[in-house]
Design a protein around this ligand. Structure first.
Ligand code: ATP
Length: 431
């Protein structure tokens, strides 16, 4: 696929200008690989996470949600293999001394910056280390979790003891993960602090292929539902040489980002690797034997979802005098569902009426914005740019017949809806 650097620049600039995503620690010159989410970014992320939780945890009777600690006993990471093997090949340029991940060099063996040769690759462990407590010795070393998965494995027994689930069943978690990436890049695609939404689905070994296929379909269904452009999604069967240390089979779901085709999500068959490393087993009631369940793991990055949605939704309407950029988010994930305005800011009757409508919609939908800044054309453009599906305007006709103007983001078309029907109008379209 062709790279679209202009599109990436437009997305990054829109995100900063409109309050989605800011560079981390910006007033101090930033901190590589970190970003801060502003109000609209938080809303978008929350909608993504809620949609995921609703489908994969609340919407099912075989899933258990957890929220485990980010800092865990170091033994967890020794047992899981991360202390020994969670590393990337690091190379250093012999001339400018810059460091890169070997497998991500633009040209094999050459520095991305100055083109000189790079030295031999060394393995670089990506876990962030810190010390816990007041004593500074090796027993106090802890890691920020590089994946949320282990938080579920170490709670497997707790869930079994509290809820007595029968196989197959799963655990789901949404939370932060940290990786000291050698070369964070491509905006929020590769960062050092990010969020994951992960499922560990526990099964009997003989069923792994069946559930691998099942979860592949579930993942695709969710992606489509949340608004990812499915024409840009590709499945990559990870070759045996590239499999993670715990996996027997992995599919990467790749996405055509503006900077190239890259991993969006993964689906892995983790065998019984993790539970057996943690010495955890399960008493199967059916066969009355102790066994170690096997695991299928669908894993989703929240930040990469945000970026995939931004790339899937960015549009420019070229019909008018100037291009009209807008984000065609589905209403269910749009940071703002609708904006309410009085046609004229200083007309008290219009304003009071609009405030009442705003109050009703705000109480019903929450993600509703009051917007009386600038003229109506500017307000529409601003709302289009942040992906608000509907702008609702109180004008002089409203005062006579109680109808409101509703303008559609994608078509720019307007219709009049009675004030008593407005909640229903939006509800119908939201679902
Ligand atoms: P990559 O090959 O791109 O480094 P990975 O295969 O190491 O990714 P996994 O370990 O499978 O990634 O992590 C699960 C998911 O977490 C990924 O599919 C991705 O969505 C997200 N993710 C992983 N690393 C990062 C990161 N540095 N920044 C943002 N999201 C990430």
């Amino acid at each position: 696929m062709e790279k679209d650097e202009k599109l990436m620049e437009k997305i990054i600039s829109l995100c900063k200008r409109r309050g989605f995503i800011y560079p981390g620690s910006d007033i101090y010159g930033g901190l590589a690989g970190t970003y801060d989410y502003g109000p609209l970014g938080v809303s978008l992320k929350n909608n993504i996470k809620n949609s995921w939780w609703k489908k994969f945890v609340d919407g099912r009777n075989d899933m258990y949600g957890v929220d485990a600690a980010i800092i865990m006993n170091s033994s967890v990471w020794k047992a899981s293999g991360h202390v020994d093997t969670f590393s990337d090949p690091l190379v250093e340029c012999v001339k400018c001394k810059r460091r890169f991940r070997e497998d991500q060099l633009k040209e094999k063996g050459k520095c991305d910056e100055c083109g000189s040769l790079v030295g031999e690759a060394k393995q670089f462990n990506m876990m962030f280390q810190t010390q816990i407590g007041a004593v500074e010795d090796s027993s106090a070393t802890v890691y920020l979790r590089p994946e949320t998965a282990q938080g579920m494995f170490v709670n497997f027994k707790n869930i079994v003891d509290s809820f007595h689930p029968k196989l197959p069943f799963g655990m789901g978690q949404i939370g932060k993960a940290f990786r000291n990436e050698i070369t964070p890049r491509d905006f929020i695609f590769r960062v050092r602090e990010f969020e994951q939404m992960e499922i560990e689905y526990f099964i009997k070994e003989e069923d792994w292929q069946k559930y691998f296929e099942y979860w592949r379909d579930e993942m695709l269904e969710w992606m489509d539902g949340v608004g990812i452009d499915m024409e840009k999604v590709y499945e990559l069967e990870v070759s045996t040489d590239d499999l993670a240390h715990y996996s027997k089979r992995t599919i990467d779901f790749e996405f055509d980002f503006p900077f190239g085709r890259k991993e969006l999500y993964g689906l892995a068959y983790r065998t019984d690797f993790d539970l057996s490393r943690h010495n955890i087993n399960y008493q199967d009631e059916e066969s009355n034997v102790k066994l170690i369940p096997h695991v299928i793991e669908p894993t989703f990055g929240v930040d990469r979802t945000v970026l995939a949605l931004l790339s899937s939704s960015y549009r420019e309407d070229l019909k008018g005098e100037e291009p009209r950029p807008y984000l065609s988010f589905k209403p269910s994930v749009a940071p703002v569902i609708c904006a309410v305005s009085p046609l004229l800011k200083n007309k008290a009757e219009l304003r009071e009426y609009a405030e009442k409508i705003y109050g009703i919609l705000k109480a019903e939908f929450g993600r509703v914005m009051w917007d009386d800044n600038g003229n109506i054309g500017k307000r529409y453009r601003r709302q289009d740019e942040i992906g608000t599906p509907w702008c609702i305007v109180v004008d002089f006709d409203t005062l006579g017949d109680d109808t409101l103007t509703i303008r559609d983001r994608d078509t720019g078309e307007q219709e009049r809806v009675h004030k008593d029907k407005i909640v229903e109008y939006i509800k119908e379209r939201l679902n």
